[in-house]
Ligand binder design. Sequence first.
Ligand code: ATP
Length: 333
Amino acid sequence: MSETNDQNPGNIDYMTDSRAIAVGENLPGCKKRDPILVADNVTRNFGGISAVDVEHLEIPRHKITALIGPNGAGKTTLFNLLTGFDTPHSGAWTFEGKDIAGVSSYKLARMGMVRTFQLTKVMGKLTVMENMRLGAAQQPGERLSKALFKNIWGGREREITKQADVLLEKFKLDAKKDDYAASLSGGQRKLLEMARSLMVQPKLVMLDEPMAGVNPALTQSLLDHIKNLKAEGMTVLFVEHDMNMVRHIADWVVVMAEGRIVAEGPPGEVMKDPAVIDAYLGAHHDVDLGDAQGIRELEAELEADEESIVGTEDAGIIAPEAVEAHLEEEEGR
Ligand code: ATP
């Protein structure tokens, strides 16, 4: 599925679009045909350690990009810098052509750039639905107090509640919407955090280790959701250590080591790159960079998972038509 025609005038199917991602060779820092995020000379030191030193990086629009690298490579620090959760020593970066260096994470969310965390930041003492409303509060015109106290909200409330209902149903959290978020499992919290970030209808979704700590029974669901984000025209950038996952869903891989970008390209190509193998072997000797066999096993496992009903053929996660259909269905009851 793709976006509506207004947003997708070329009517491109993002799942099958096979046009080249890079302009020219797949080298570290290479230019992209259609970048959504562009960073230049971003540096961050901690004491004497250069945690991030990225000369140039472009994230391709409508693609799933994996940011990989050994422990301590600077992936999370780069995420923090790009999303306004940390301040660099130097650097400039743009989102959709707009300069966003120094812009707060709150404003970035309003502009359509959201992130999730390695350790989820859902609010345990709020219910699942209240967490979703907080996500909506990042939208222009919404305030936290209004988000939580729906009676004084007025016209937007119904629409936002329905959006939350649709998302919670998609993420199979609807039965838990009145439960405290603290009662959810680690994997369910990850799903809730992803669902909540979608309340702002973002263009770029940045996920920091979405699979970490997730029960295998929920892995399929998370993978499908990530693929669905692309199907609906969103761009995804995610950090992940599981290389079979990376090979399975990423269109493009950016490799960091010691703060720098050391390789970029499609997953199969990048994981054969000697610079990447060196970077990993320097850090751990038992690393599994994933292989065709690993992917086949993963695919077979996923196929056999009968619980998996959220495929890319699905009606969509945040498409306005999905909310509309849900509203009509409710009214017909
Ligand atoms: P991992 O895969 O283990 O999460 P990473 O690639 O995300 O690692 P970062 O967490 O960004 O790496 O860390 C990059 C470097 O910066 C590491 O050497 C780390 O020890 C250091 N670092 C990160 N945050 C801080 C901090 N707040 N204070 C001091 N050093 C830090």
